[in-house]
Design a binder for this molecule. Structure first.
Ligand SMILES: Cc1cc2nc3c(=O)[nH]c(=O)nc-3n(C[C@H](O)[C@H](O)[C@H](O)COP(=O)(O)O)c2cc1C
Length: 196
C-alpha cells in the first residue's frame, strides 16, 4: 500500500504505526480556578538539560478559540503537570477524555484525588506514581496542532517505584497507547545490550 497525505487522512496510519505512545495525563487550572485533566499521547521527552517534555493537542473547531481546554489553560497560565499513566489508573485516565461542560472538573468526574504541586498551581493526580511539574517553555503552532513544550520544574516519584534511590521502570508499569481503544502494558519486556 502507498499513501499520499494529500489524498488520504494520515491519522490512522500515524496513530497505528507510531506505537506504543506514552501518555501524558495533563492537569491544568483555568484562570477561573477549574482543575482540568486530560490524556495526550502525542507526548515525549525533548531535552534533558534543561529537562523539557512536549505534548501536542490537535485543534478542536468546537472549542472556544479552536483550542481544547488543556492548551487554552496552558497558554493563559503557563503551567501544567504531566502525570504518568499506569495500569491501575488507566480506566480513570480514559474517563478524563470525555468532553465535559465548562466548569466541571475531570478530577471529580473520574474520581481521582488531587495532590498539591510544589512549584505550580495545577494539582497533580495523587494516584499517579510520577508527576512532572512544568512551566511553559514554548507553544508552537504545527499545522492543525499546538506543540506544547514544558520545562520540568519539579518531579514527584512515589517510593513504590523507586529502587536504590532511582526510578525503577520495572516497578512503574506505565501503559502506552496503540490505536483506537487499544493499549499496551509495559510489564512484558526484553533486554538488549547497546553496542559500544
Ligand atoms: C489515551 C488518549 C490519548 C489522547 N491523545 C491525544 C493527543 O495526543 N492529542 C489530542 O488532541 N487529543 C488526544 N486525546 C483526546 C483528548 O484527551 C480529548 O479530546 C480530551 O477531551 C481533551 O480534553 P481537554 O479539552 O480538557 O484538554 C487522547 C485521548 C485518549 C483517551
Amino acid at each position: 500500500m502507498e499513501l499520499d497525505p494529500e489524498e488520504v487522512s494520515m491519522y490512522r496510519t500515524l496513530a497505528g504505526a507510531v506505537v506504543p505512545r506514552p501518555i501524558a495525563w495533563v492537569s491544568t487550572r483555568s484562570p477561573d480556578g477549574v482543575d482540568n485533566l486530560a490524556p495526550y499521547s502525542f507526548f515525549n521527552v525533548v531535552a534533558v538539560d534543561p529537562p523539557v517534555v512536549m505534548f501536542a493537542p490537535v485543534d478542536d473547531a468546537d472549542s472556544p478559540e479552536g483550542l481544547k481546554d488543556t492548551p487554552r489553560n496552558v497558554r493563559e497560565t503557563e503551567e501544567f503537570v504531566v502525570n504518568v499513566v499506569t495500569e491501575s489508573v488507566a480506566e480513570a485516565m480514559n474517563e478524563t477524555a470525555a468532553t465535559l461542560p465548562a466548569g466541571e472538573s475531570e478530577f471529580d468526574r473520574a474520581g481521582v484525588s488531587r495532590a498539591d504541586s510544589r512549584t505550580v498551581a495545577p494539582p497533580q493526580v495523587a494516584e499517579s506514581p510520577v508527576a512532572f511539574e512544568c512551566s511553559l517553555y514554548e507553544m508552537v503552532d504545527v499545522g492543525g496542532s499546538s506543540m506544547v513544550l514544558g520545562e520540568v520544574e519539579w518531579v514527584r516519584v512515589d517510593d513504590s517505584v523507586v529502587t536504590d534511590g532511582k526510578l525503577d521502570v520495572k516497578k512503574l508499569d506505565a501503559v502506552g497507547r496503540l490505536s483506537g481503544s487499544l493499549y499496551a502494558p509495559t510489564d512484558d519486556r526484553f533486554s538488549m545490550e547497546r553496542p559500544p
